[in-house]
Design a protein around this ligand. Structure first.
Ligand code: 4AD
Ligand code: MG
Length: 537
């Protein structure tokens, strides 16, 4: 079935989106009405005798966000009858009226229900799910466009009378929500805004790749090799079979890069967003055992700058669009609300509240600064760190040494104090990096063409490199580092048939999101975090 908008929309277009609402017969059907989806298809529609199949589809109940948009853009007058659904967040009972706020997670606002008879809310409790029939009361002078004067309602799902609703209407830290309320936390203001932000960020990233002619690929999650060679793999075994299920060892992927390279050798520009699994025992705010990694691979590039510019372009465009579409504003208004709530109710240390509204803005400004992000070599970075320590400008628990990995404290200092924003550190010593990286020309194999992209307060968000594309040199490196060459035969063979210089990167989605929304621990920007000894539900 071809899905496309019919030639003549019955009512007007909602401003700022490209959706058309079909009122009257089909109250909530939304049809994509913009190019390129419908390009060249209108003629077929106008000459077609049969009605468009889409119009017979059953509309979903409107979300509160859709309803608010309809009230505003279609100028629905007070008195219009409506039905809405949601969960009760607060109940306020006065002498003459009662007010109940409901949410449905579709946006960060609540809808106020007004009950002319306060007795009507006697049976209601916070947390209950409702279907409400009533009439619109416009509130054009306020930030909320309307409220509903309730005629009647149905309780869809009640709550136990003898147990307090777990999500109390007071400040609850991320730590508490994650530990104590791992499933119901998605109804909280903070979790809701984070999940919506994550979803929009992924859409924008996807749009950027699409616009730049990248093919979205779906590499496997079960592999037979350890891409990063760090030995941090989880094995895949079948509970019902004594012999190895795949006839040999199988692992959950630590990175889809190697398979993405195979796809790239035919499709030129590929990207993917997949779970990645690492059996790292690091219990830090930046490490998960299961996280989402966005990876891209590009053919016919022989300069690291190409890949760094791709990362910078992707993130700048994504952030600009998220800002323009109001996502940053939503994050900040929730942050401000929680800051006030914490002042009233909260006690004790709370890392999330240490990242203020102002700091989040500073992070975005740093990413969207007018000048290109700084780039320095690893060697230069070590010099800068050593000099800063000598001059008393920085104090590190471990001094930076040439040949050692940069510690998290070094990465944070470089981004915060040296670059005041994102920074690419390039050309690390080859012994610190995986086998697949291209040696820096003229370095005698001492360094490789790679980068880590670091941001203030957090450190590494992206890692990327040019890849070795010569068959013999790659085989020699695999031998030298002592990897199992039989498992990597297929990977080396990619270099046999018309190999091309290429490169790519991997970005931790949770690290990016936590940085942009100002949440301290990446466990709080993924729905069900897993780390060592923790796999709750
Ligand atoms: O730097 P990494 O290990 O690079 C790779 O895996 C490459 N094969 C990617 C590529 O070039 N296609 O991981 C990439 C990013 C890191 O910069 C970090 O943001 C994130 O993945 N990451 C983690 N995020 C959460 N928890 C962990 N345990 C992570 N390990 C890496
Ligand atoms: Mg890395």
């Amino acid at each position: 079935m071809t899905l496309c908008a019919p030639p003549r929309p019955i009512v007007s277009r909602i401003r700022s989106t490209r959706f058309v609402l079909y009122r009257r017969q089909f109250p909530a059907v939304t049809v994509w009405d913009g190019p390129p989806f419908c390009k060249g298809q209108s003629e077929r529609h106008s000459s077609s005798k049969s009605p468009i199949a889409l119009l017979k589809l059953t509309p979903l109940p409107q979300t509160l966000k859709q309803k608010a948009a309809e009230v505003v853009h279609s100028d629905l007058p007070s008195g219009t009858a409506v039905t809405v659904n949601g969960w009760i967040r607060t109940i306020r009972k006065h002498k003459k009226y009662a007010f109940v706020n409901i949410t449905d997670g579709s946006y960060d606002k609540v809808l106020q229900l007004v009950f002319a008879d306060p007795e009507q809310v006697n049976d209601l409790r916070v947390g209950v799910s409702l279907e409400v029939n009533g009439t619109i009361q416009r509130r054009d002078n306020l930030t909320d466009p309307y409220e509903i004067l309730v005629d009647n309602y149905d309780v869809i799902g009640g709550v136990p009378e003898d147990e307090p609703y777990p999500l109390q209407n007071k400040y609850l830290s991320q730590d508490y929500l994650r530990r104590e309320l791992p499933t119901i936390r998605f109804r909280s203001l903070s979790s809701g805004v984070t999940m919506r932000f994550r979803s929009r960020a992924v859409s924008e990233v996807s749009r950027y790749f699409e616009e730049n002619e990248f093919i979205q690929a779906h590499p496997p999650l079960i592999t037979s090799s350890d891409c990063e060679g760090a030995g941090e793999v989880f094995s895949v075994v079948s509970e019902s079979s004594v012999t190895p299920f795949f006839g040999k060892k199988g692992y959950l992927t630590v990175s889809t890069q190697l398979h993405l390279e195979a796809l790239m050798m035919g499709l030129s520009r590929v990207w993917t967003l997949t779970p990645a699994f690492r059996a790292e025992k690091s219990i830090t705010s930046r490490h998960l055992s299961e996280f989402w990694m966005l990876e891209a691979e590009v053919a016919f590039v022989n300069r690291l700058e190409h890949i760094m510019s791709l990362v910078e372009g992707l993130l700048r465009t994504t952030l600009r669009r998220l800002k323009e579409s109001g996502e940053l504003h939503s994050v900040l208004s929730v942050k401000t609300f929680l800051e006030k709530q914490k002042l009233q109710d909260g006690e004790g240390e709370d890392k999330d509240q240490e990242i203020t509204h102002a700091q989040v803005l500073q992070r975005w400004d740093g990413m969207l600064q007018d000048s290109p992000w700084k780039r320095i070599t690893y060697k230069h970075a070590v010099d800068v760190l050593q000099q800063a320590e000598r001059e008393g400008k920085a104090r590190f628990e471990t001094s930076a040494e040439y040949g050692d990995n940069l510690k998290s404290e070094h990465e944070k200092w470089l981004a915060s104090q040296y670059a005041h924003g994102p920074i690419f550190v390039t050309q690390y010593p080859s012994q610190l990096k995986p086998f697949y990286m291209l040696p820096t020309p003229g370095s005698n194999g001492e360094t490789v063409e790679c980068f880590d992209m670091l941001v203030p307060d957090l450190g590494e968000i992206v890692g990327g490199s040019l890849r070795e594309y010569d068959y013999k040199r790659l085989k020699a490196t695999i031998e030298r580092v002592g990897m199992d060459s039989s498992e990597l035969e297929w990977y080396a063979d990619l270099r046999k048939w018309g190999s091309v210089p290429h490169g790519g990167f991997g970005m931790g989605l949770e690290r990016l999101i936590s940085y942009l929304v100002g949440i301290y621990n990446i466990r709080d920007v993924i729905a069900f975090p897993r780390w060592v000894d923790h796999c709750v539900c």
